[in-house]
Design a binder for this molecule. Sequence first.
Ligand code: PRP
Ligand code: URA
Length: 226
Amino acid sequence: MSTPTLHVSQHPAVLHKLGILRDERTEPKKFREIVRELSWLLGYEALADARVRPLDVTTPMETMPGAELADRIGLVPILRAGLGMVDAMLELMPTAQVWHLGLFRDERTLRPVEYYNKLPDSANVDLCLILDPMLATGGSATAAIEVLKRWGAVRIKLVNLIAAPEGVEAVAKAHPDVAIHCAALDRQLNDKGYILPGLGDAGDRQFGTGHSVCYGLIRTASCRPR
Ligand code: PRP
Ligand code: URA
């Protein structure tokens, strides 16, 4: 698929960590660690065009022209799975603001349901990064982008760990101005809206809350009957 707004990382460290993340034997502690590490690497790539302004820096030797971050960055993790991506992003951009958005996907309709939003009246950031490990149907991402645009956000990027072609297409069609940064573009969705080959349920795998039956065709360590 060639979508001008889609950036799939080719970094060897990303490829290596992604294999561990997908592995059904990876337990929640390790899974959270890898989500954090991948978020750092993807955030680094997604923020490559953040704006800086000139600033003089005086070293112990002399004064030289340097730079400081000019963009006010807003991080918007989608609850709950996006929470695991926040700390790494804050390490990269310690001055970023964090605005949580609560959305869950109705398991029957696959449509997003908003349950938490405390954004202030008007946008006070220059660049918003929406953080969510999974882009499946694209319903949650599209809803989050609409919330942010209504809020007044102009520059928005989506940072996902794994994207499905269906989700990329939905976002690109509704919001062609929003760049998508991800670690992998997978094959397809199954009939329950889970990404194949994917990694299962990103929220459940981070927080150890696997159901007894999930994902339709695939089973992971977090939901396998004991
Ligand atoms: C997952 C994921 C995304 C959404 C993606 O969240 O973290 O937010 O599904 O699916 P979509 O592209 O089809 O909308 P989920 O609804 O499972 O909630 P959770 O993070 O609380 O587990
Ligand atoms: N949400 C997930 O956590 N995983 C998927 O594969 C699809 C949506």
